[in-house]
Design a protein around this ligand. Sequence first.
Ligand code: HEM
Length: 451
Amino acid sequence: MTTAPAFRLPPGPRAPRAVQGAAFAIANRHIMFALHRRYGETFTTYMPGFGHAVVVTDPALVKQVFTADPKVLHVGDRGPLGKVLGPASLFSLDEEPHLRERRMLLPPFHGARMKSYEAIFAQEARKEIAGWPQGVPFATLDAMMRITLNAILRTVFGAEHAEFDGLRRLLPGMVKRGSRLVLLQPLQRDLGPLSPGGKFLAQRREFDGYVAGLIAKAKADPDLAERDDILAMLVQARYEDGDELSQDAISDQLLTLLVAGHETTAGSLAWTIERLRRHPEVLARLVDEVHEGGRDLREATIRETQRTRPVIGGTVRFVMEPFALGEWLLPPGMAIIVSAALTHADDRYYENAAAFDPDRFLGVKPDTYTWTPYGGGVRRCIGAAFAHMEMDVVLRTVLEEVELLPTADRPERTVFRGVAFAPAKGGRAIVRHRTTPLSAESGAVPATVAA
Ligand code: HEM
C-alpha cells in the first residue's frame, strides 16, 4: 500500500479566500510586498485567476522552478492567456506540443534576423516622434503603443497597405477587450453578439480574415523566400514530419506575438522615459553616449528599468505532480508565481535595490535567476531579443530627436492594464524638438527597408 505524501506549504495568511482575492484585485503589488515582508521570501496565498499559489523569490528556488521537468510544471492547461489567444498559442500548450510549436517560432527570433528589424524600429519611432507636441506634457505610453504596434505589424505580420490599416484599426480595441476577458474568465463565453465574449469572437473572426489574406498574399509572393517578416517565415516553416502550419495555427501565433509583445515593450519604454526624467544625470550621460555612437549605458538603463519597474510582475507555473521546492512539498493543483517584482527589489540581491542605478549593469550581464523580467527556462520569453533591440533603437531615436525635460515630480505609481503594469500617468513627458541632429546616424534609414 502506498501512503500519500505529506505536503508542506510555506507560511501565509489564513484569511478567507474571498478576502485574500479581493485584496489582490484591489492592490496586487502592495499585497505582494506586504506578504513578503510579513512571511519571508517564500509564502502561500490565494490569488484570483490562479487559486492557491506559492510565491517564490529566492534565486535558488527560482532556478528549481525554471529548470523543472515540463511534465511536472505546466502553464497551458490553466494559464489565463491561452483561452483568449487560441489552442495553438504557446500560452495554451505544454510539454512536447509546446516545444514543437516553440521550435517553429524560434528561428525568426534569432539575433541576425533581429538586425534586419532595426531600421523598421527607427523609422516607426522617428515618424511618431515627429508629431510629438513641444513644451506641453503628454503620455509617452500612447506614443510607444503606436510605435510598437506598427513595428509588430511590419516585422511580424508583414502587413502593408489595406491589411496594415485594417489591423491598426481593429487591434487596439480587440486586445483591450481580450485583456479584460483574460482576467474575467466567466465573461469569455459567447452569449450572443452583444455579450463581451460574443464581441471578442466577432473581432477575432475579423482578425482571422486579415491573417488569411496575408497568408494567401505571402503564398503567391514570388519573393517570399527573401522576406524578413515572421509571417513569411511561418508560411514556409515545416514540422519535422514535413507538415506545414495550418492557417488557424499561424493566426493564433501571430495574435500571441502581438499580445505578448505590444503592450509589454511599450510599457517598458514609457517607464524608461519616466525614470530618466527623474534622473537627469543618467539622461545627460545617455545623450553624450548617443553623440559618441555608444550604446552600453543605454542597454544598462533598459535593464535597470526592467529591474526596478518590471511590466510583468511574475511568471506562473501550475503543479501537475507533487513538486519538491526547497524545503517544501507542493501538491498538484497549486500555482507557483516566480515574482520578478519582489526579487528585483531585494537588497540581498541588489545593493541599494530601491535606487535607480544603471551603472550596476554596465559591462555586467544580468543574472539568470535574480533578473527575470522575461521569465525563464523552456518558456522564457521568445521575444526578449526583439524587445531589447526595439527598446534600444526607440530610446536612441528619442534621444536623437528631442530634448527630454527633467522633472521634480514624484515617481509615477504603477497600474495594471490587463496584460502588463504601466506608469499610472502614462510616462508623462515634456520635450523640445532638436533643431540639429544629435548624431551622424540620425535620419539615416537604409534604402532597402524604406517603406
Ligand atoms: C519588454 C517586453 C517584454 C516582456 C517584459 C516580456 C515578458 C515575458 C514573460 C515574463 C513571459 C513568460 C515567460 C515564462 O513563462 O517563463 C513571456 C513569454 C512570451 N513572450 Fe514576452 N515579453 C516581452 C516582449 C515580447 C515580444 C516583443 C514578443 C514577440 C514579438 C514576446 C513573445 C512572447 C511569447 C511568444 C511568450 C511565450 C513563450 C512560451 O510560452 O514558450 N514577448 N514574455
